[in-house]
Design a protein around this ligand. Structure first.
Ligand code: SHN
Ligand code: NAI
Length: 245
């Protein structure tokens, strides 16, 4: 299509790096099965509800952490089942999230889910996952999902914190205004794209872009500064430890 930019059609970068395909699910309209209600179950439940609070979630577990019971009580679509998993738990579900410590059970649920073409996430078992959860930045209607391809969830979490703190809250106001403008534009699709690109051109204008050599310079300086700071902190720490030994 003529309105597609060059980045959309450049596939050369696809063969290396992260090959996961990001989507944003309308989870509020879907049914989720969560097996396991320990610490990890709680984390997954939190992640699901923080993003899509109206989702219907059936939790199946023999033991429920009190925090899970509390959280479940605050949302209308949660059904708690205090018992062992049974295959019929998969009936009518759209998405499966597993958070038990039982590897045999995990593998069994995974294979049952596969038979039924249900997508499954097994917490902390990447090899059994059809999809991963990501770190999420949220500013009103803006949402950014971060994936490190399973390499470092901690980096994903830290990046989330950096974006969450540094992206201005006003971004959401701009989004709402752009949406109003979008609704007033007349004409065909290509004309609308041209107009909306014009209005937002300053965001990617030449003056706001950092050149490649400039970028490299900042990365080098940043890394060097990071190493120096770590060494200084480590030395100060060692001096204190020795002083108070
Ligand atoms: C593959 C994936 C599958 C999945 O679970 O979906 C996975 C796998 C594993 N996580 C492990 C450990 C930790 N996970 C976290 C945190 C998060 N983990 C999340 C996702 C994912 N974790 C998927 C990849 C996402 C990506 O591509 O980046 C986040 C983003 C989303 C969420 O879970 O909601 C959430 C951050 C939420 C936020 O933004 O706050 C922390 C940090 C912390 O808790 O503070 C630690 C400890 C520190 C560390 O190890 O980094 C281990 C080792 C377990 C062990 O050692 O036994 C494995 C297994 C392995 O790697 O083999
Ligand atoms: N807690 C942690 O910080 C971390 C945990 N993990 C892994 O994540 C997994 C879960 O961890 P936790 O939540 O801490 O474990 P947990 O032991 O607190 O919770 C396990 C949950 O699974 C349920 N369960 C087990 N067998 C079941 C069955 N047959 N039917 C229904 N429910 C069943 C239990 O009732 C419980 O609710 C484990 O594999 C653990 O090794 C990995 C990294 C860190």
């Amino acid at each position: 299509m003529s309105v597609l930019s060059k980045e959309h059609t450049n596939l050369s970068s696809v063969t290396i790096g992260n090959q996961l395909f990001p989507v944003f699910l309308k989870l509020n309209e879907l049914k989720v099965l969560l097996v396991g209600a320990g610490n990890i179950g709680l984390e997954k439940l939190n992640a699901l509800l923080a993003n899509s609070p109206e989702t219907q979630i059936s939790i199946v577990a023999e033991r429920f952490l009190p925090e899970v019971i509390d959280l479940a009580g605050k949302f209308p679509g949660i059904y708690s089942n205090y018992r062992k998993f049974q295959p019929s738990d998969l009936d009518g579900q759209d998405l499966i999230v597993i958070a038990t410590g039982d590897n045999v059970l995990n593998a069994e649920i995974r294979s049952l889910a596969r038979e039924r073409h249900l997508l499954i996430n097994v917490a902390d078992k990447p090899e059994l996952c059809d999809f991963y959860l990501g770190s999420i930045v949220k500013k009103g209607d803006l949402k950014i999902g971060i994936s490190t391809n399973g390499k470092s969830p901690t980096i994903a979490k830290r990046l989330k914190e950096v974006f969450q703190e540094n992206l201005p809250d006003e971004l959401d106001i701009s989004l709402q205004q752009m949406n109003q403008l979008r609704n007033t534009l007349k004409g065909d699709f290509a004309h609308k794209v041209t107009e909306l690109n014009k209005v937002t051109a300053s965001l990617v204008g030449a003056d706001t872009k950092i050149s490649a050599p400039e970028k490299r310079k900042w990365i080098l300086w940043g890394t060097a500064l990071g190493i120096i700071l770590s060494l200084v902190l480590y030395s100060v720490f060692s001096i204190f430890v020795n002083l108070y030994k």
